[in-house]
Design a protein around this ligand. Sequence first.
Ligand code: MN
Length: 242
Amino acid sequence: MKERKPRIGVVLSENPVILEGKYIINSPYIKAISRAGGIPLLLPAGASMDGVLDFAGLIDGLLVPGGQDVSPLLYGENPAPSVGYTLADTDRTEIALVREASKRGIPVFGICRGMQLINVAFGGTLIQDIPSEVPGAICHRQNMAVRSELTHEASIKENSLLSEILGAGSMAVNSFHHQAVKEAAPEFSVTAHSADGIAEGMESGDRRIFAVQWHPEELIDRYPVFLRLFEYLIKLAGKGGS
Ligand code: MN
């Protein structure tokens, strides 16, 4: 066990579509890490690959947050008409960092786009647009609801890491996505689903990488159970050998 608190890297996006010349991160991610007992360390992984792999030497754990759509080119597809804007170079940088973290045995937790990016990083594919590709899909974009509102159920698979952290069975979650994991990457399995079969959680076979499609960082004030996801990342990070 390390003497100091584990350092949790958070991928910062350089997102010229939203704000030119700035790095952007939603503060609830940072606050969740602090509250769960980690030191948040912001990692500016923009469109340039320069130095990004060096970040892996500074961190004990990695959080990959939400954001824009992952470029379909990175999983061998062209974009459907309903795909939002994409930043393929930024995706590549973040994918490189995720792979480097994994190579070094640094635990990784993905949220929303983070889950999708991790899946693509290790060879999985995505549903590009749920409403147009999945007949009978429920609403996964609660755009009119506040961020901390629980809007649909997710069923968590028994004997999964996710069930160890949150409990197996059904729990209500929030939802701000139109894409989702389609085929899980090799060595990964989908460990939570919504009622329409959309992947809501995923983990690696060695349980060092886990992800959820909802936004737990927005829920911890009203529903403290979701803080456990961050606490688990920090627990794994505290046991790391780097
Ligand atoms: Mn959802």
